[in-house]
Structure formats: structure tokens, C-alpha cells
Design a protein around this ligand. Structure first.
Ligand code: PLP
Length: 407
């Protein structure tokens, strides 16, 4: 007799983007021919630079000749790419060995899978609001109770709001696994070294582990802000870092990411090296490596030319972020983020609920955004606008909001 994993029935999310699609569709049915403008989704839109295309092409060409053909590669990633990523950390002033870098097909999978190497009894703490995968992967794994009143039982929510600058206080109860994302999706807030240091100290003192999602690190322009948690002293003892080529190099559809699991990392009952070897075991058991073509593209993206070219695309998106933020502030809306992150986190006017503002923005301005409440209870009353999009569409959406949003 097969029983399903009934933890799936507890999932409350999966609700956000389908609900956006449903309401958008209903609007279009009522207003045929209306042109809806989207500032909703965190998906890249601009083509890859030639230098990166050349890397991907090289990966394809290598498959055409017997001398350069490769089949399965190392599950942990091409050693040249692991070395290039180790060098990336050197450029940030961190010392990360190639053996600590695990190449993957994206940070979403890694952020979902990483919990599997920790105890079933681990107490999970998440920033609220948060990228939904951290919560949902732990719900599916059975580390939470049911969903009631907008909260999962047993999950520790760390509210991020205006009063704490969208970076959480330390948890008041003892927790084991702590998910942090900086620059943050959805709030656009970036943690300072001092803020991260508090969590690193907490984790070391409590033998807890931080899962640090740095997928938007490349969007930081303020040199004083950390792009890696390993820029904070002590982090190698207590933190796993996840990152991705998706947003930094436009690889959302290409698929390439990496996890850093330091050899120094420890937790209760696991000496140095143990967690690294567990993740190695997990990946070699369940994963057969990222595409060789794509890894060649990743190498090209990390080359000096690739970095300079990717920088231009990032600057393009960050100009969109500036247009959105300035445009919203001009009509008196309060905004956060959008300076070192490609998301603008808007406080809804007149105390509107996130979904009420969604409907208003869609019906009055024909603009689709993302309700903050979809990312967790502390997102209520906020709204995410994404800077990913063609500049002319972003300008048109901002103009429409300025001209049509009723006060
Ligand atoms: C987009 C995004 C990622 C990247 O996921 P991939 O699977 O690498 O495409 C990771 N974390 C956050 C918070 C994101 O928004």
C-alpha cells in the first residue's frame, strides 16, 4: 500500500504566482485587448553577452570531436570551474578551496536540497518575508506542523520590517538552521557585515548553521556591503553559501549555480569536514553534474571579459530599478531596496493589503506586480516591483502608474 507524502498537503504556497496569473487572466477577459505591463517576475530578459555565448558555443563544439568530447563529468563540477569560483572568492578577500565548491544546476535546487543533510528534528528559522523555497522544502521534509493563520507551526519566523531595516533580530528561541538571503528577494535589503556578524556569532555559540543565499551578490555596488558571508570573520565555521549564474549572468534558462560547504564547517555532532563530505555524498548519490556545455559558459562568464560584459547587463537592470524607485517616490509612495538589489519593495498606500493593491494597480494602471504577503506574513502591506525587464516596458509601466494610480 503506497501512501503519499502528506506533507505536500500542508503547503500553502504555490499559491502566489498561480493566483497572480488567475487575476491577470480575469482582468484580460473583462478588458479584451488591454495591454498589461509586468513588473512582477524575477526573470531575466536581456540576451547574453557575446563573450558568454562564445563560451557556450565552445562547449557545444567540444562535443563534436572525439579528442574533446566528454560524457559524465565530476558530480561536484568541472575542476576548472571550481577553481574559477575559488578565485572569485579570493577576489572578495575570502579563502575558499575548490574542494569546498559544489557546482550545480541552480541555487533553487541547492536551497531546497541542502536541508536533507541535517537532522529531521532541526528547528528552522527563516527571514519573513522570504523566497518560498526555504520554507516549502522544510515543510515537505516534515520539519513543520500545519499551516494556520498564515503561519507554519514549529517554524521560527524572523520578521523583517521597516523598524529593523528589513534585517531580522536574532531568534529569541534556540534554532538550528537559519536561512538568510542578501541582497534580499523580495525586500531588496542588503545586510551589512555587522548585521551578518551577529548571526555568525549566534550560530557559532549555538552550533547552528546558516544557509546564506547570495544569488544577487553581483547587484551590490556599495563596496562596503558584503557579497559573501565569508567576508565576515568566523563564517566558514558556521555557514553554507549558495549562489547562481541566473541573475548575475542571465542563466535563468541556461541553469548553473554553486554551493560552498566549507571544510571548517561544524555543527552539533559533526566535526570539521563532515558536513562537506555529507553534501559530497548527497550530490554524488542524487546528482550527475551540471551540463558540460553550460559549465563552459560559466567559465566564460567568470573570465575578465565575461565579468565586464555581465556587469553591463546588471547595470541595465539596476537602471530599471532606479527608474522604478524614483518614479514611485515621485508620486509619494514609500520604497525600500532597489539600490543594491533588483527589487523595489513598496509600502502600499493608505494601509492597503498587498492583494488589494495588486487589484488596484492592475485595474487602474494595467501593471502587474507581486503582493508582498505571498512571501510571508511580514510581507503584508508591501508590494514587490521587479527591475528585470526591457527598459522601455519598465518606463511605460512607471508612467502608467504615475498617470493612472488614483489616490
Ligand atoms: C532567482 C533566485 C535564485 C536562483 O535560482 P536558480 O535556481 O539558480 O535560478 C536563488 N535564490 C533567490 C532568492 C532567487 O531569487
Amino acid at each position: 500500500m503506497a501512501l503519499i507524502n502528506s506533507n505536500y498537503d500542508k503547503l500553502a504556497a504555490g499559491y502566489l504566482f498561480p493566483e497572480i496569473a488567475k487575476r491577470t487572466k480575469a482582468f484580460l477577459e473583462k478588458n479584451p485587448g488591454a495591454k498589461v505591463m509586468r513588473l512582477g517576475i524575477g526573470n531575466t530578459t536581456e540576451p547574453l553577452p557575446q563573450s558568454v555565448i562564445d563560451g557556450l558555443s565552445l562547449g557545444v563544439q567540444k562535443l563534436a570531436r572525439v579528442e574533446t568530447y566528454t560524457g559524465y563529468g565530476d558530480e561536484q563540477g568541472d575542476s576548472r570551474l571550481r577553481k574559477a569560483l575559488s578565485d572569485y572568492y579570493t577576489s572578495l578577500g575570502c579563502s575558499i578551496d575548490s574542494l569546498e565548491v559544489f557546482v550545480s544546476d541552480g541555487a533553487k535546487c541547492d536551497s531546497a536540497n541542502i536541508q536533507s543533510i541535517f537532522s529531521q528534528d532541526a528547528i528552522i528559522a527563516v527571514q519573513d518575508p522570504a523566497y518560498p523555497v526555504y520554507v516549502d522544502s522544510n515543510v515537505i521534509a516534515g520539519r513543520t506542523g500545519g499551516f494556520s493563520n498564515g503561519l507554519y507551526e514549529k517554524l521560527v519566523y524572523m520578521p523583517c520590517n521597516e523598524s529593523n531595516g528589513f534585517f531580522p533580530e536574532l531568534p529569541k528561541t534556540k534554532v538550528d538552521l537559519i536561512y538568510l538571503c542578501s541582497p534580499n528577494n523580495p525586500t531588496g535589503a542588503v545586510a551589512t557585515k555587522q548585521q551578518l556578524k551577529k548571526f555568525v556569532d549566534y550560530a557559532i555559540a549555538n552550533k547552528a548553521v546558516i544557509i546564506f543565499d547570495a544569488a544577487y551578490a553581483a547587484f551590490i555596488s556599495d563596496e562596503s556591503l558584503p557579497r559573501s558571508i565569508y567576508q565576515v570573520e568566523g563564517a566558514k565555521q558556521c555557514a553554507i553559501e549558495l549562489n547562481s549564474f541566473s541573475k548575475s549572468a542571465g542563466f535563468t534558462g541556461v541553469r548553473l549555480g554553486w554551493a560552498v560547504v566549507p571544510l571548517e564547517l561544524v555543527c552539533e555532532g559533526a566535526a570539521a569536514g563532515k558536513i562537506n563530505s555529507l553534501w559530497n555524498r548527497r550530490q554524488t548519490t542524487m546528482f550527475n553534474g551540471a551540463s558540460n556545455i553550460v559549465q563552459e559558459g560559466g567559465l566564460a562568464a567568470l573570465s575578465p571579459q565575461g565579468q565586464a560584459d555581465c556587469r553591463k547587463v546588471i547595470d541595465y537592470y539596476m537602471n530599471n530599478a532606479r527608474v522604478i524607485k524614483e518614479g514611485m517616490e515621485k508620486i509619494g509612495l514609500k520604497c525600500f531596496g532597489g539600490v543594491n538589489a533588483p527589487y523595489v519593495w513598496l509600502k502600499t498606500p493608505n494601509g492597503l493589503k498587498s492583494w488589494e493593491f495588486f487589484d488596484k494597480l492592475l485595474s487602474e494602471c494595467k501593471v502587474v506586480g507581486t503582493p508582498g504577503s505571498g512571501f510571508g506574513p511580514s510581507g503584508e502591506g508591501y508590494f514587490r516591483l521587479s527591475a528585470f525587464g526591457h527598459a522601455e516596458n519598465v518606463v511605460a509601466a512607471v508612467k502608467s502608474i504615475q498617470e493612472n494610480l488614483k489616490s
